[in-house]
Design a protein around this ligand. Structure first.
Ligand code: NZQ
Ligand code: ZN
Length: 384
């Protein structure tokens, strides 16, 4: 096992009715900016629950944060924060609202051009504290330090990390997700599954606890995913799925093990260029990444085949092939298509993706830093 330092201070308020408890988490004299997306929270009752929980607090609102949140929109919120002397943020929504709020929180007092936080990994020195009411299980943003932001002007999708953007608390009430359209539930399953794979499906470093925790998340997603798609208001399966998504990317399964993340980096470019949902881009890239990088990943692919899919018969090659085929079939079975052609994207995208990755310096991705432009070409060709 590799050395590691682990710290995750996010307080989780899990379960039905927990929104009512947020007033106790926010200082009474805070001036709050509540951030949200395109309006789903006004249709499913979450908006009213938050307003009623914070009826004694001083609160103003900023709506309209898009999926794949736009830098330009977030900078408008930054202006409001400055004008109104806001000193607390409350993100109410999915990963895009949470990520957008993380960016607002660090951009307000940033000395210089805030885009540098994303494009140049410019260090951030301060952040406005914030809490989260999560309405979509997928990204893990509610319990991690990452945010992914898109500049609409040139469709650049970039990310930053900072320990300053751990939420102070996150409410995970599965009932708030009952109103999700099937496509977003499917996206959430695929995103959580892929997050787990990026941290698990690399090479063995004798970390059996991390392996089994990752396998537990994968197996639970395989069991609960189809149930929660079939019965959106089945509280128990939605609760199990929601906790899987948080555990998949809160840092716990990443400790002491190598990580890949090449599927995410390639996928982000497909979203930026062609508008695929984040999880759709992952469903297209992951099976091909596993196929192209199978030699690096051989031992873990065999372990994954046996422990997640129960495949223990046949030659090693047959087991590896079956595990990758099962991964693709699982994504399709929950409703996310896995080929570029399913989204009307042709192979002419390959040079564009590669040019963008090169311009960001992403020419040595993956757990062995050997996913280079030629590898990306192979992966995307296989995803046709
Ligand atoms: O905007 P509203 O009206 O709220 O509608 C949203 C949006 O259209 C809707 N929605 C959310 N909760 C709902 C709901 N509709 C009905 N009922 C509810 N309860 O769902 C749509 C998608 O929302 P979005 O927040 O974009 O989805 P998701 O949570 O999948 O977030 C995706 C973003 O997160 C980034 C992605 O790149 C993408 O920008 N990621 C962030 C990560 C992180 N911070 O660690 C890691 C991930 O790998 C990912 O890259
Ligand atoms: Zn993701």
């Amino acid at each position: 096992m590799q050395n590691f330092t682990f710290h995750n201070p996010v307080k989780i308020l899990f379960g039905k009715g927990q929104i009512a408890n947020i007033a106790a988490e926010i200082p009474t004299d805070a001036k709050i900016l509540m951030t949200y997306g395109g309006g789903s929270i006004k249709k499913n009752g979450v908006y009213e629950q938050v307003k009623s929980a914070l009826s004694k607090h001083n609160l103003i609102e900023f709506g309209g944060i898009e999926p794949n949140p736009h830098y330009e929109t977030l900078m408008k919120a930054v202006e409001i924060v400055k004008q109104e002397d806001i000193n607390y943020l409350l993100a109410v929504g999915g990963g895009s609202v949470v990520d957008g709020t993380k960016f607002i929180s660090v951009a307000v007092d940033f000395d210089g051009d805030p885009w540098d936080i994303l494009s140049k990994a410019a260090p951030v020195k301060s952040a406005i504290p914030f809490g989260v009411v999560l309405t979509l299980a997928a990204t893990g943003s509610e319990m991690n330090t990452a945010a992914v932001i898109t500049k609409a002007a040139n469709q650049e999708k970039r990310h930053f990390y900072s320990p300053l953007v751990f939420p102070q608390f996150s409410v995970l009430d599965p009932e708030t997700t009952f109103s999700l359209p099937p496509r977003q539930v499917s996206n959430g399953i695929v995103d959580a599954f892929t997050h787990t794979m990026e941290q698990y499906l690399t090479y063995p470093v004798n970390a059996p606890l991390q392996d089994r925790m990752a396998e537990a998340i994968l197996k639970t997603l395989v069991e609960e995913g189809p149930k929660t798609i079939a019965n959106p208001s089945d509280y128990d399966s939605r609760a199990n799925f929601m906790w899987c998504a948080t555990m998949a990317l809160n840092g716990i399964i990443a400790v002491g093990v190598p990580q890949d993340w090449s599927t995410h980096m390639i996928g982000h470019e497909l979203t930026a260029l062609h508008g695929l949902d984040h999880a759709q881009s992952l469903a297209v890239v992951l099976p091909s990444t596993l196929t192209v990088k199978r030699d690096n990943k051989w031992q873990k692919l065999l372990q994954y085949a046996e422990r997640v899919w129960g495949i223990d018969q046949g030659s090693e090659e047959e087991r590896v092939n079956a595990a990758i085929a099962n991964t693709r079939a699982f994504f399709e079975s929950v409703g996310t298509r896995t080929k570029l052609s399913d989204y009307g994207v042709g192979l002419d995208t390959i040079p564009l993706v590669i040019d963008r990755l090169k311009s960001y310096g992403y020419t040595a991705l993956g757990e062995k830093q050997d996913v280079n432009p030629q590898t990306v070409e192979k992966i995307l060709t296989l995803s046709a």
